[in-house]
Design a protein around this ligand. Structure first.
Ligand code: ZN
Length: 193
């Protein structure tokens, strides 16, 4: 599970690496099937790369483990999120195409490979995200309702149809507010991890 946290000073984060003052470990396991009131333990670090324009930067990610369920959480700095913008748009657009099913999956994937030749995007990714968004529909709707209780959200139709309409809502969001969009993006991404 990834938890997004805010970093005020990106330079400081990049320079300090493992010595950065990371958020302290949660007092309760955030995994829904555990939720034990127990202090999570430090569980090392890992590295990930993030693209800042054309520059690829290696960053250190702090990881914690729940001593009860043994599942880990990691703290992802929010400055990594612009990097997701690209993949987020790509995921949303691929999901919509998959859910509409006007094209075969193979042709959707070859479209992507043509448009985004540097991005690894496979049939498995499409299945994974489609399944995730359908399984997490109520969570995503909950998030949207927190921001705008009057937002028009489909309540009828099959899960596939509702998922497609939700994606439309998420796509319209940037027209209204950046903050709203950021929130949707974060909750959407959180629902995928
Ligand atoms: Zn746990």
């Amino acid at each position: 599970m990834q938890i997004i946290f805010h970093v005020d000073n990106i330079e400081e984060y990049l320079q300090n690496g493992k010595n950065y003052n990371f958020p302290s470990s949660p007092d309760r396991c955030p995994h829904s099937d555990c939720k034990c009131r127990v202090k999570l333990k430090k569980h090392g670090f890992y590295h990930r790369y993030y693209l800042d324009g054309a520059v690829c930067i290696k960053i250190t990610i702090r990881r914690y483990i729940c001593p009860v369920c043994k599942k880990t959480i990691s703290y992802l700095p929010d400055f990594c999120l612009p990097h997701f913008q690209y993949s987020f748009n790509m995921i949303v657009s691929s999901l919509k195409k998959t859910l509409i099913r006007t094209k075969t999956l193979s042709s959707i994937i070859s479209d992507f490979k043509r448009n985004f030749p540097h991005i690894l995007f496979s049939r498995q990714h499409v299945y994974f995200y489609t399944k995730r968004i359908i399984n997490n529909l109520s969570f995503i709707i909950y998030g949207l309702r927190q921001i705008d209780p009057y937002i028009k959200i489909p309540t009828t139709g099959t899960e596939r149809e509702r998922a497609r309409e939700i994606l439309d809502v998420i796509n319209i969001v940037p027209l209204f507010s950046q903050r709203f969009y950021d929130y949707c993006q974060k909750s959407f991404l959180a629902s995928l991890t």
